[in-house]
Design a protein around this ligand. Sequence first.
Ligand code: GLN
Length: 465
Amino acid sequence: MSLIQKIHNQLVGKEITCTALVQEKLNLLRENKYNSVNVVLDELALEAAAKVDAKINNGEEIGLLEGIPFGIKDVYMVQGTYTSASSDLLKNYKSAYTATAIQKLLDAGAIPMVKENCDSFGHGSSSENTVFGSVKNAINTSLVAGGSSGGSAVNVAAEYTVFSIGGDTGGSIRQPAGYNKIYGLKPTYGRVSRFGLMAYASSTDTVGPLAKSIEDIAIVMNVISGKDSKDQTSIASEKIETSVLTSKPNGVRVGYFKNFIENDAIDPVIKTQFLATLEKIKEAGYSVEALDFFDADTLVSTYYTLAMAETASNLSRLDGTNYGERVEGKNLKETYMVTRSENFTEETQRRIVGGNQVLSQGFSDAIYLKGQQLRKEIEAAFESDFDKVDIVLSPVTPSSVPKIGEVLNNPHAMYLSDAYTVGFSLGQLPTLTCPFGTETGIQVTGAKNKEQKILQFANFLNQVQ
Ligand code: GLN
């Protein structure tokens, strides 16, 4: 059942006012039980809510998203609000303009409630790499929220927001969605404009929704998608027909990657749960094919090689001159050095150093270009797989949700938790986390631009659970 539709009906039927709804959620956000909040957008939210109430009282029609409270990962520009990327460097930075995806939601009348805590600059898999303190899991507060869009997932799971806009470079929407048992879609690369999103790794950065139902994911996608002259990598796409999503998908060929499941790194519980899900699909009459694919170690090292190179390059603009905090040194060079080493977190510094190493003269052929070559091979493998099957299923993570503090000081373990998400990012494919199938969820992936097919199949999967 769509939560957006339900609230829309309540607003139109005058069972609740938008102001009362927004006020209730603002109170919850201010309480901030999970540390999921960087800034509450009280003024903006109440002002927008009053407009919606006035329209309803005048007997005017309102759109489906009008009056619906939503959250924003703190890496999106919203003019006049703080956009910190959960970093010291930008903690006092105010956005000069608004990101395209957010502007489209504002134009549709959705209510911006909160800038959400996340891993700094998207660097992480647990939402502990943040200067605002670790985000707590919405289901069990001793566990991590997942990352990097942890605050966004928690706010949706706790119903502090009806949906949130996260960002996914290598799993940052899908993994926290799985850890907090909600849906999260990483769209096809380019389907949603990246304009106004702080860049992490530009070639895999995507903008997408987290929500409690498949229909809500579709409703939000239809508003935020589209070609944008401000992002030359953005593409036009077809509308997702929500009426189709509830019908049983016909003749879908399902595949899974054999070596994701048949290896020692996967938790036996997750493996058993995943295989049981495959059985249910077979029982429902679908074919399930085991596919050969790159091993997780190759995917993780290719992704981190390229992501670190791209983030080192993207973050080079943050030196205290044009943006953010500045610490004066004896000369300009020292000013850059002190500013960057005092204001980036340890994990972000690790990636900048790693990325510059990968790109440096004498190393770039052996490391960066090798990474690019592997990426091409990974993309080619996806193409041939999607000739054989329509949907690829995989667990979201190889292991269960870590406790707070468990992975923060073990970067290698943290990188390995991305084993099943990063490959699809390198392939720029659309992929959805569903909150069932294994204890950290299941990923439903399709070929480029097959979002509708993915959501339709996910809806069927939900019904056979
Ligand atoms: N955990 C991955 C990383 O740290 C993915 C993060 C993301 O998608 N922003 O790179």
